[in-house]
Design a protein around this ligand. Structure first.
Ligand SMILES: Cc1ncc(COP(=O)(O)O)c(C=O)c1O
Length: 274
């Protein structure tokens, strides 16, 4: 994988980096982002934008609890702060109860984003925004400046797909697939890596976040795993400061159960020998 030597940061960080922001990391735990820490950051700093992935977060798979959603909504209103709520994974829930978007709890303080990439086709390059009217107007101008126009063909196909009820019919099939794949990877992790690693157990989405002992470096492990034909994303690429070296994101969405079990066994061999 030659490319991440030249592209060491991904996704949201990569697009935000263009504007050379001063990042202030928000601590998170198994319940998602920490509201008290957010309050503290907003008290001490002038923050232009807050960014959160509330459901089955990329990379950890964690979901923000309902209680914290309410707390964060109140904090946003109190500080007159603006949150980007990035929610491409929310519909991929295959266990437990769904939760309201923070957008519904603090409508004037949230720009809500979602995408067809995880539930229909990433190649369509289609997503949507729900934002306060004034911000929407600015977004339209900024988007025209960035790419002139989203493909009309993709939009028409997606619109027909939704209107024809095909999306709601398709969703249970992918949920069933991901549920089975996640069960396979979690059970393989349990049998192969319980002694050296801990990991998240999300109720949906595509990711499991694995933490190894502090002195292990998942980037080094990556190069050895590749020789065994297993790939993953080392955790440090999701951190703004290069930390998280002992963590890794495993994606189970595109590999069948047998291959997943085999892959975790191979990965466990590499980790044990490291
Ligand atoms: C947090 C997050 N937001 C959005 C997306 C979807 O991006 P796009 O709609 O550009 O394909 C992804 C996909 O990896 C993601 O992980």
């Amino acid at each position: 994988m030659w490319w991440w030597r030249t592209r060491p940061i991904w996704g949201a960080l990569q697009s935000l980096n263009t504007y050379r922001p001063n990042y202030l990391p928000l601590p998170t735990d198994d319940e998602g982002a920490n509201p008290e820490a957010l309050d503290e950051i907003l008290r001490r700093n002038r923050v232009k934008l807050i960014y959160l992935i509330p459901n089955f977060q990329n990379p950890t798979g964690r979901t923000l609890t309902l209680e914290r959603r309410w707390s964060i909504a109140k904090i946003l209103v109190q500080h007159e702060a603006l949150l980007v709520e990035d929610d491409p994974y929310g519909r991929l829930r295959y266990a437990g109860d769904g939760m309201p978007p923070i957008k519904s709890l603090a409508p004037d303080n949230v720009i809500y984003l979602s995408s067809f990439s995880k539930v229909l086709s990433p190649g369509f390059r289609l997503g949507w925004v729900v934002a306060p009217e004034e911000i929407c107007q600015w977004l339209v101008i900024a988007k025209q400046g960035a790419d002139l126009h989203t493909s009309a063909l993709s939009q028409v196909i997606a619109a027909e797909y939704l209107a024809g009820g095909y999306f709601e019919a398709h969703l249970p099939a992918i949920l069933d697939l991901y549920r089975r794949r996640q069960a396979a990877i979690l059970s393989a992790l349990h049998y192969q890596l319980s002694e050296v690693a801990t990991w998240t157990r999300p109720e949906g989405g595509m990711f499991v976040w694995v933490t190894l002992p502090d002195d292990m470096d998942t980037e080094e492990i990556y190069w050895k795993a590749i020789e065994s034909k297993v790939a993953f994303v080392p955790g440090r690429f999701f951190h703004i400061d290069g930390s998280g070296r002992n963590t890794t994101r495993l994606n189970f969405s595109n590999t069948d159960e047998h291959k997943l079990v085999d892959a975790i066994q191979r990965l466990a061999n590499v980790i044990q020998s490291a």
